[in-house]
Write a protein that binds this ligand. Structure first.
Ligand code: UT7
Length: 321
């Protein structure tokens, strides 16, 4: 059977690391509050010249190198971002130009923090129907540029970065590698709990991020546990047989609560929120790359990805590496 197989990964963080104590100099907060409520210790913030496309291009180059393939072989680039370089064209086309790939398809997917799951699900479908053979799926964000740096309830939570995977359509056995199941959801009723208060067609300004954190938290735990159960059922796999969960990194308490709901051992959950904070669409591929490179996630492992974000949008995917 034809499956989309993850054959490489890569990630990039901006040069500048900002600690909680650094932020406490700017807004009325403390390292203690941030760590206790979120698990975040530091985040990376894009400096001058660092853009969503430059971070995405760096992550894509590393993923191509990891997969051992040339950029010219890529027929599909899907970039998940809520912080594009420009309103148009799609940031994916800038990445395509930077990589020097000609032809193929390149577009952005906008599902905020669930963006990587939406991009992965879309790429999986397009590869399995034969539209392309090799794809780059990237999550990249510069959320620091849409934060209200006066609002302590949001500005301490986010960071910038990019992660990428190479996906290749391969003919594999039933127990072979590849994406086994994906479920995506959206419910626009809740879009005002997490949104940006501007845009090209409304204010004409980029706008700033606004969030009712406590309500988002409550929905996140329920939605994520439900969607993880759905993909496990679709793939007829027991939660106990999952080797690793690579979750969206919004808050350590959401990761703990979701794992508890599914009876998953906490040591199976990859945690990078302490180092990167919430990098929106970049957080899942960033965490995957960290855990692949440090040797935790190995070929043959069963890995679950999950994310929830503005919209609301949420989703999960189950893959054998
Ligand atoms: O990636 C997309 C999905 N996003 C999420 O999943 C985020 C989900 N939400 C969360 O992670 C948490 O709700 C937060 C981390 C945003 C907030 O944690 P919380 O435990 O829900 O705190 P809270 O909003 O209920 O605020 C508690 C108190 C408030 O003070 P009062 O009203 O009790 O006096 C806040 O004003 O903490 C105060 N506070 C802060 N204090 C110090 C809020 N932000 C800060 C801060 N430093 N940075």
């Amino acid at each position: 059977m034809i499956r989309a197989v993850i054959t490489g990964s890569g990630s990039v963080l901006p040069a500048q690391c900002v600690t909680n104590d650094d932020l406490a100099q700017r807004v009325d907060t403390t390292d203690e509050w941030i760590q206790e409520r979120t698990g975040i210790r530091q985040r990376y913030i894009a400096g001058e010249g660092e853009t969503t496309s430059s971070l995405a291009t760096g992550a894509a180059r590393k993923a191509l190198e990891d997969a051992g393939i040339d950029a010219s072989e890529i027929g599909l680039i899907i970039l998940a971002t809520a912080t594009p370089d420009h309103t148009f064209p799609a940031t994916a086309t800038q990445v395509q130009a930077n990589l020097g790939c000609r032809g193929g398809v390149a577009f952005d997917v906008h599902a905020v923090c669930s963006g990587f799951l939406y991009a992965l699900g879309t790429a999986d479908s397009l590869l399995r129907t034969g539209m392309a053979k090799k794809a780059l799926v990237i999550g990249a964000e510069t959320f620091s540029r849409i934060l209200d740096w006066e609002d302590r309830t949001t500005c301490v939570l986010f960071g910038d970065g990019a992660g990428a995977v190479v996906l290749e359509a391969k003919d594999v056995e039933e127990d072979g590698p590849g994406i086994l199941a994906t479920r995506l959801h959206a419910d626009g009723e809740h879009r005002e709990l997490l949104y940006v208060d501007g845009g090209p067609s409304t204010t004409g300004e980029v706008g700033k991020l606004r969030m009712k954190g406590r309500e988002v938290f409550r929905h996140a735990v329920v939605n994520l546990a439900d969607v993880l159960k759905e993909v496990l059922e679709d793939a007829s796999i027991d939660a106990a047989d999952v080797d690793w969960v690579v979750p969206h990194q919004a808050n350590a308490r959401i990761l703990d609560a979701t794992a508890r709901k599914l009876n998953l051992a906490p040591e199976k959950v990859i945690v990078t929120v302490d180092q990167h904070a919430n990098t929106s669409a970049a957080s899942v591929p960033l965490a995957l790359d960290v855990a692949k490179k440090d040797g935790r996630i190995k070929p043959g492992d069963l890995v679950m990805f999950e994310a929830m974000g503005g919209g609301f949008t949420w989703g999960a995917s189950l893959a054998r590496m």
